[in-house]
Design a protein around this ligand. Sequence first.
Ligand SMILES: C=C(O[C@@H]1C=C(C(=O)O)C=C[C@H]1O)C(=O)O
Length: 278
Amino acid sequence: MPDQPTPPAPADLASLRVEIDRIDDALHDLLMRRSDLVAHMASARLKGSAPTFRPGREALILRRLLRRNQGALARGAVVRLWREIIAASLAQQGQFTVAVSAMAGEDGVATRLARAHFGLLTPLRAQATPFRALACVAGGEAAVAVLPAPDEAERPEPAWWMQMEAPRLRVVAALPFLAPPDAPAEGYAVATLSPEPTGRDRSLLRIEPGPDHTRPRIAAILAAAGLPPLWLIRRESPVPMALAEVPGFLSEDEPRLASLPFPRLQILGSYAEPEPEE
Ligand SMILES: C=C(O[C@@H]1C=C(C(=O)O)C=C[C@H]1O)C(=O)O
């Protein structure tokens, strides 16, 4: 049996609690300083016309902290704490509302992901369909929409990714940010901003296939172009369309896209690769 630490004597316990109170004060001081800096950033309009919400920068902050994390503090706790800190700073910089798709049968996945990523205090606007959540972002009623990850199930109505108005709307984050390695994202965040590369990114490609472009054929074409899909789905109705998640940050002038033989191809967005849970 491994040695169990001896429980501290009551006097030790009291001094440990004094130490915890000291640490809480120090943490609180630093959080107040952080908020003051964000307030300065917002009031001095230092960001100019740049968007308030910078998902790439947020991912870099979390990655850096996870890299330096050690000891007993759980990675999940680091992400939880900083997602709330970042949500508080977004709220400080102006109205920040998140539209979530809460369609029957979706099991509240978008709401759960939005709460985890954008914090408990951020106003959520539940929308009856993913498409309506996107319309909220397009119309400026929400800064971001959180939508469940696409699946291949054939439904009479088009999937959100088939209708999404790109490049005005862009997928800017895969959720959750902390996930089992290689697990597909459970949802995506969509906003009207240009994503910024983080050094380890993924992109979503929407493809209008030609008659010979079966799913395996599309996967082979992408792989041959140096864009091996992490996953690929194809829907037949209302019109044939495919969606692939590929490694890397892609922009419209990406040379690997130039020679692809599909009738139409669009980048739906690029975003930071999630971090492993452990
Ligand atoms: C503070 C900023 O605004 C937002 C909040 C961030 C934060 O709290 O660290 C980071 C990126 C932005 O989404 C910033 O742009 O640096």
